[in-house]
Write a protein that binds this ligand. Structure first.
Ligand code: NDP
Length: 338
C-alpha cells in the first residue's frame, strides 16, 4: 500500500568532511524500500551535536552522508512482509538519514507508535526529546545509577542533554547537580532545571571551580562527573571526583579526549566509562523500556523539554552554527517541508 510518493526529495547532506560550508541542501532520490522496510515521511527531525562529529570527520562516514539521527512523521509505504506498521501510523524513531523528507526504516528498528491522536505539537515534542532523553535516562539509570544525596558534576549543563540531566538527577534521583556552563544565562537555565551549584567556566579558573566544588561537597568531591565536553573538561572532571568516583565521558564537544595514563585513576580509586546510547538500547526490550519511561515522564509533566528553536530543514547550516558556536540552550529541531 502507498500514497503518492515523489521520486526525489530535499535532504541535507555532505560529500566531504569540513566545516558548515560543506553542507548541502539538495535534491536526492527517495529511497526504495525492501519487503521488510517501511518509508517514513518526516515532519520534524531533532538536531544533535553528533551530526557535527560526522561532518568534521571525528566519526567516520560514507559519502554522500545524509545527516540526522532521529525524527517523527508518518509511515507512507510498507514492505510486504511488514506486520507491525501500517500506512498512516504516526511514529517517533531513531535512524540515520532523517534530515530528509523521506527516510527508509527497518520494520524491527527503534520506533515508537504515537497513536492517531498525535498532533503537530506532539510530533515536535517527541522529535525534540527522543535521542537526548534516552541518552540522559540511560546515563543516570545505568552508566552511573545515581543515588539520592549524591553530588554530580554536569558539564554543558544548559545544553540539550544537559537540561534533561539536570532535571533527572535533581528531581527523579534526588541528588545534587553541580552545573558547569559558559555564561550566566545558561547557568540560570540550569538552575531552573534543578542545578544547585552554578559554575561559570569562562569567569572562574579551574582551581576556583574545584575550590567551590570542594566547599559545596564538604570535602567529599563528586560521586560522578557527567562530561560531554571532552578535551577541555577532562582534567576538571577527574579532579572533581571524590574517592571511588566515576567519570562518564559521553561526548567531545570541545574535541576528543587525548590518550592519558590510567595511573591517573589510582590515587582516588577512580573508574572511567565511555558510554554510548546504542549500547543501552540495542535489544528491543531495552529500547521499549527506556522510551516508555521517557514518554511517561514527559506526559506526566515530570520532565520538561526545553525547545531552543525550530529551524526549517533548509536552514540546518545556521542551526548547527548556532549549536557549535555555543549560542544555544536546550534542543534544536528541524521542520521538514511538506
Ligand atoms: P549541547 O546542546 O549540549 O551543545 C554542546 C555544548 O557543549 C555547548 O552548548 C557548550 O556549552 C558545550 N561546549 C563546551 N566546549 C565547546 C566547544 N569547544 N564547542 C562547542 N560546544 C562546546 O549538545 P547536545 O545536547 O546535542 O549534546 C551534548 C553532548 O552529549 C555532546 O557532546 C554529544 O556528543 C553528547 N551525546 C552523546 C551521546 C552518547 O550516546 N554518548 C548521545 C547524545 C549526546 P557551554 O557553552 O555551556 O560550555
Amino acid at each position: 500500500a502507498s500514497t503518492s510518493i515523489p521520486s526525489t526529495q530535499k535532504v541535507v547532506l555532505f560529500n566531504k568532511n569540513g566545516g558548515p560550508e560543506v553542507l548541502e541542501y539538495t535534491d536526492f532520490a527517495v529511497p526504495e524500500i525492501s519487503d521488510s522496510e517501511v518509508l517514513i515521511k518526516n515532519r520534524y527531525a531533532g538536531i544533535n551535536f553528533v551530526e557535527s562529529y560526522f561532518r568534521i570527520g571525528l566519526y567516520p562516514s560514507k559519502f554522500p552522508h545524509v545527516l540526522g539521527r532521529e525524527a517523527t512523521g508518518a509511515v507512507v509505504k510498507v514492505g510486504k512482509n511488514v506486520k507491525n506498521l501500517s500506512v498512516g501510523d504516526k511514529v517517533a524513531y531513531l535512524s540515520g538519514g532523517t534530515f530528509a523528507q523521506y527516510t527508509k526504516f527497518p520494520a524491527d528498528g527503534q520506533l515508537i507508535k504515537l497513536g492517531a491522536k498525535a498532533d503537530d505539537e506532539k510530533l515536535k515534542l517527541y522529535a525534540a526529546s527522543l535521542l537526548q532523553g534516552l541518552t540522559a535516562l540511560a546515563l543516570v539509570d545505568e552508566a552511573y545509577p545515581v543515588k539520592a544525596g549524591d553530588y554530580i558534576l554536569v558539564t554543558a549543563a544548559a545544553g540539550g542533554v544537559g537540561l534533561i540531566l539536570d532535571q533527572l538527577i535533581s528531581k527523579d534521583k534526588k541528588a545534587h547537580v553541580i552545573a558547569v556552563a559558559s555564561t550566566d544565562e545558561k547557568l540560570a537555565k540550569a538552575k531552573a532545571n534543578g542545578a544547585e551549584l552554578l559554575l561559570n567556566s569562562k569567569k572562574l579558573s579551574q582551581d576556583e571551580i574545584l575550590a567551590k566544588i570542594n566547599e559545596f561537597t564538604k570535602g567529599k568531591g563528586v560521586a560522578a562527573s557527567f562530561d560531554s565536553v571532552g578535551k577541555d573538561t577532562l582534567d576538571l572532571s577527574l579532579a572533581a571526583l571524590g574517592r571511588n568516583g566515576i567519570l562518564l565521558s559521553f561526548g567531545n564537544a570541545s574535541g576528543a579526549v587525548p590518550p592519558f595514563s590510567i595511573r591517573r585513576l589510582a590515587a582516588k580509586n577512580l573508574k572511567i566509562a565511555r558510554p554510548s546510547l546504542n549500547g543501552f538500547i540495542e535489544e528491543p526490550e531495552e529500547f521499549q523500556y527506556y522510551s516508555h519511561r521517557l514518554f511517561d515522564l514527559i506526559d506526566n509533566k515530570q520532565l520538561n523539554i526545553d525547545l531552543h528553536k525550530v529551524y526549517p530543514l533548509s536552514e540546518y547550516r545556521t542551526a548547527t552554527e548556532d549549536l557549535e558556536g555555543r549560542k544555544t540552550t536546550g534542543k534544536l529541531v528541524l521542520e521538514i517541508p511538506n
